[in-house]
Design a protein around this ligand. Sequence first.
Ligand code: NAP
Length: 495
Amino acid sequence: MATKSYKNFIGGEWKTSSSGETFKNINPANAKDVVGRFQQSNRKDVNEAVSAARSAFPEWKKTPAPKRGEILYRVAEKLVKHKEALAQDMTREMGKVIKETRGDVQEAIDMGYFAAGEGRRLTGETVPSELTDKFCMSVRMPVGVVAAITPWNFPLAIPSWKLFPALVAGNTVVIKPASDTPLSVYHFVKILEEEGLPPGVVNYVTGSGTGAGAPLLDHPKVDMVSFTGSTETGRVVAGHCARQMKPYSLEMGGKNAILVMEDADLNLAVEGVIWGAFGTTGQRCTACSRVIVHKKVLKKFTNLLVKRTQELKLGDGLNEKIDVGPLVNEAQREKVHGYCKIGVDEGAKLLLGGKPHRAGGCSNGFFFKPTIFGDVAPKMRIAQEEIFGPVLSIISCRNLDHGIKIVNDSAFGLSSSLYTQDVNRAFQAIEHLDTGITYINSSTIGAEIQLPFGGTKGTGNGHREAGTAALETFTEWKSVYIDYSGKLQKAQIDD
Ligand code: NAP
């Protein structure tokens, strides 16, 4: 069967890139399977997309927010209808197992319903004035043209976290998806079009980070940038936006940890650690890559963990029986393999895995064995740097304070978790763990869309996605003063 080619979506039309070039989207479970060809866009295409978004902005801003919400509601309904097909295509383009891609689509559905409801809220404030016959309120205004740059590990969920709140707030958008996962965003944009989003309100431009992403960053008609990806690229985004005094939100890497105390339900903790470390093949920003275990239960916990991890089945994520899919591409597999060699050189004890997996029909994909290191010291590179693969470091701690110190000794601050039966220790951990998200008796993954999502330190720049917090990112506050006294009143200086 001939490989299908997909176009950009600009100003309500499906268009080829002015470069005349395309790139391949490969199935990471079988590199011989080409999922599709996508436009290799350049600055000219980006300029066109930004112009379309700018032209569409005044009308979209004027459209009543409840009407904007109604379109988004219909989009969510259509995502429900096509959930299975979307999940299948997503597994094929990025590898995570079908159960998880269904969850990815569900997250977009949840976000769609949530944002649609915001169309009838978008709340501001009214506060009393210090003067008589004067009314004070604050209202939310859209920022303008938003550039959304997204990663490949949540191909639909993350674009939905950006597009739904941005759109309900009255912004127009240009989205550049990750080159490993342009198909899921194509489907999303197609549904937005079909459900009546006016031309130019959302524009979709595929292509490389430098070819299609960078021109968005320095475009003078882009009013804000919403970025999710690596800390390295986040720094580039920050540099461009800071020079132009342009607002930007960054959601970046993590080095998330689970603390297991001596009173924890160890079987439950093992399940949580396996889910956190090897779900999405370790390629989640919230993946658990460090487990910090009280020394009294270290041996028992380690034995249980290794035994259970050995039972995980690797393979094509489209097979319902598979637990762990491939890494997203060969470069990522080489990076993960490189970190395993670093771990061994640093003196950590390789307990499991540490190498690519090619057996049992996996020879054409980018599979890597679930890997566990014991005897890891908190300062080792494998315990400090984001690996973004199925590699877990076990670190021993003396008590809760010591464990919290190890968790916090990180350049990142996204997600953390504590397993304990002691409510006092749970609340101490909630107070002292320096991360944007903390779980008690649950893994580091499993965020729900009605709460803010994001992290401290190197993970972000203070913004949050999801929940009503997302509206802070995609709106500007306007304070309004209405004086109905019929005379000149001066705040602060009138008696
Ligand atoms: P990435 O390499 O930084 O890419 C992210 C996006 O930026 C892609 O669309 C990429 O395009 C684009 N890009 C690359 N260079 C660019 C440039 N110079 N200018 C503009 N855009 C550019 O990250 P990734 O590998 O896709 O994703 C993995 C990372 O994302 C991990 O670090 C993970 O922790 C993080 N992440 C964070 C969160 C969170 O919410 N905190 C959530 C998910 C993932 P190409 O694909 O074409 O290169």
